[in-house]
Design a protein around this ligand. Structure first.
Ligand code: SF4
Length: 487
């Protein structure tokens, strides 16, 4: 079947597609590459990938471009689900013969509820959906396709689960799909050089953080990787294909989960003169950091989450604050830039722990930070805890402008307390002399950096202002009873 992979149009600037971990409109215009859609697109001949939010495409434009496709695979998320259903209905109204399937963590956990949401959704591809979609596109009978949930004579059928992919080297490269269908200049991440390019070299994360979406829903807890040589080959090829790219980012949940493999890849990239960055835990030993830095590593994206040890224990982060401090010191010594991410509103949060996290971030003094609101996505342990303890505020993960809203509250801490903590966190961190000085120096050195930071500064101030102005929207999601999710 002629197949279209669609990251649907949504809230303006919504980074909710296949690649984002927190599905929301960011503080500044940001988009991750739709890697989860690009992978099956690389498997299916003559397919096409449309990333509507990144390319600023409206629904009528998408409808026009969807003409001639027999199968449309849409990536959805919990906050955007009801909107994505409307897009599916519009596609079906325009092209009644088009088969429409949904993928993503939300539908993987809630296949039946998702199918119930609209008769226009023909199937849901659960778990890792790459080969499931290939088999649908090959027109195999639905009953024979593992990992598929679908309608059958008014009933819902859920085929047996599909095994996670073991041989990652067998998956074709996504860079050819990027080249064919995406515009790298449309992808911004504030702390990465522009334009950047991101891809996965493996899936799954051995850690068990209770809030983390992908390993608990789609990727699993075994880090399944491509061979170091194939990763290096791919990056060398990508460098030739995209001469404008200034930085390559490994979006693996935790690229440093296998340190020896990461070091082998680093050496290959170093020899090829490639600048790269990746996700990392705050526990990489100095000797490995040195190998990475000596071989082109520029930045690590590190999830510190909290400055309170009890909260880290509550969320099963598996990291000690003293180790995180030591790691950060080592990165500074080596000249590795860190973008640190924090979460407010996790179990155990109080006004005092919010202040502890702010103090901790200022003490670490990493280059840039991101402060997210704890989001209980269906399928995660955090979601089950929130439902069991009635910690939910309202079913609203985003405001009606697409920015994150706190859907969690505690007896001693309201959703508003948590949200105002985010604003305070950013203000206290960035209003110190060191970050301001760092930014001014970088802006003075590079005119392009200057233009970008000025634009982002304006967007950031608008975002802070919007947090107090934009009302919350009640996001309509399918019924998500905790016992169904647990099952
Ligand atoms: S280490 Fe990072 S990717 Fe792995 S489970 Fe924890 S938060 Fe998720």
């Amino acid at each position: 079947m002629r197949t279209l992979f669609l990251n649907p149009p949504s809230y303006s600037g919504f980074d909710g597609g296949a690649g984002a971990r927190y599905q929301a409109r960011r503080e500044i215009r940001s988009f991750w590459y739709p890697t989860w859609l690009a992978q099956p697109a690389a498997l299916i001949a003559n397919s096409k990938l449309i990333d509507a939010p990144a390319d600023d495409l409206s629904l009528p434009e998408v409808l026009q471009r969807a003409k001639g496709f027999e199968l449309c695979v849409m990536h959805t998320s919990t906050p955007s689900f009801s909107n994505d259903v409307k897009v599916a209905e519009a596609l079906k109204a325009a092209y009644p013969d088009m088969v429409i399937g949904f993928v993503g963590a939300h539908v993987a956990v809630l296949p039946e509820e998702s199918l119930c949401a609209s008769p226009q959704i023909d199937f849901v591809a659960r778990e890792e959906f790459d080969y499931t979609l290939l088999e649908v596109a090959e027109r195999r009978p639905y009953a024979d396709i593992a990992g598929l949930s679908f309608r059958d004579n008014g009933e819902f059928r859920h085929n047996p689960d599909r095994q996670l992919i073991g041989e990652m080297d067998k998956l074709p490269s996504v860079v050819d799909v990027y080249k064919r269908d995406l515009i790298p200049e449309n992808y911004y991440i504030g702390y990465l050089k522009h334009p950047y390019l991101s891809l996965y070299t493996g899936r799954g994360c051995p850690a068990r953080c209770t809030f983390c979406l992908w390993p608990q829903t789609v990727g699993g807890h075994v880090y399944r990787t491509r061979s170091a040589s194939s990763v290096v080959e791919e990056l060398v090829r990508a460098k030739g294909m995209f001469p404008q790219i200034k930085e390559f980012f490994f979006d693996d949940d935790t690229f440093t989960a296998d340190l020896n493999r990461a070091a082998e890849i680093a050496r290959g990239l170093g020899a090829a003169g490639i600048t790269w960055s990746c996700n990392s835990r705050a526990n990489v030993p100095y000797e490995y950091l040195k190998i990475f830095k000596d071989n082109g590593l520029r930045l690590l994206l590190v999830g510190y989450e909290s400055g309170n040890q009890q909260i880290l224990n509550n969320i099963k982060k598996g990291i000690r604050l003293d180790i995180a401090r030591e790691f950060t010191k080592n990165c500074r010594k080596l000249g590795i830039v860190i973008h640190g991410t924090f979460i407010l509103g996790l179990p155990g949060e109080t006004q005092e722990t919010i202040e502890e996290s702010i103090k901790f971030a200022c003490e670490l003094d990493v280059e840039t930070i991101q402060v997210s609101l704890a989001a209980a996505y269906p399928g995660t342990e955090l979601y089950r805890q929130v439902m069991a303890n009635k910690w939910y505020d309202e079913d609203a993960l985003v405001r009606n402008d697409g920015t994150q809203a706190s859907a969690i509250q505690y007896e001693h801490l309201t959703a508003d307390d948590i949200e105002s903590g985010v604003k305070r966190f950013y203000s206290k961190f960035y209003a110190r002399p060191t970050p301001i000085w760092r930014m001014l120096v970088n802006m003075a050195k590079d005119p392009e950096e200057r233009r970008r930071r000025l634009r982002e500064g304006k967007e950031f101030l608008n975002y802070l202002r919007g947090r107090t102005e934009a009302p919350r929207s009640r996001v309509e999601t399918p019924a998500t009873a905790p016992e169904q999710v647990a099952a």
